[in-house]
Design a binder for this molecule. Structure first.
Ligand SMILES: [Cu+2]
Length: 170
């Protein structure tokens, strides 16, 4: 059987972890933007700033040492932006993944179109937390910091939801 590209991580968690260990995070070095700078911190999973509005953020209770992060990021401006990296102190790594067929790939950024939205959802683009440092249980809440190419960081609390949780259709 031919080898697939080394960047490819299959859905099987063990393989995904191995692939992640082999990959260095390259996408988070350059965001030294401090323009207007203010961080947004809130106790809710919906956060707004001038350009970006985040809603429906959640993490399904993970069964293994890794978890997915899902949310909708709406861009209210006429300039596209990019989600470049995610800070999460409860995991050793937080990566940005896209899903192609049955495979997840790490990507260095995810685009947020002008007057559009970036949907992070099961089976699509998502945040992948690897090497969880604590057990995440339904009802917990964790803090994420989202780093963008052009917008200030957004810090938000994200609830851990039951594995069967289905977000409302938008
Ligand atoms: Cu993934």
């Amino acid at each position: 059987m031919p080898r697939t590209a080394t960047r490819t991580a299959r859905l099987a968690p063990a393989i995904c972890v191995l692939a992640a260990a082999a990959l260095a995070l390259t996408g988070c070095g350059g965001s030294s933007k401090d323009s207007t700078g203010a961080k947004n911190r809130t106790s809710s999973s919906a956060v707004s700033q001038e350009r970006l509005h985040i809603s429906g953020a959640y993490i399904p209770e993970p069964a293994m040492g890794m978890a997915g992060g899902f949310m909708s990021i709406e861009n209210n401006s006429s300039m596209a932006d990019r989600l470049q990296s995610v800070g999460a102190d409860f995991a050793e790594k937080a990566q940005l993944h896209e899903t192609v067929g049955n495979e997840m790939h790490q990507v260095s950024a995810l685009g947020i179109p002008a007057h559009g939205r970036l949907e992070l959802k099961h089976g699509g683009n998502h945040i992948m937390f690897m090497g969880l440092k604590k057990k995440l249980k339904t009802g917990d809440s964790v803090v994420l910091t989202l780093h963008f190419a052009d917008s200030p960081d957004i810090e938000l609390n994200v609830p851990v939801k039951d594995k069967t949780y289905q977000p409302r259709k938008r």
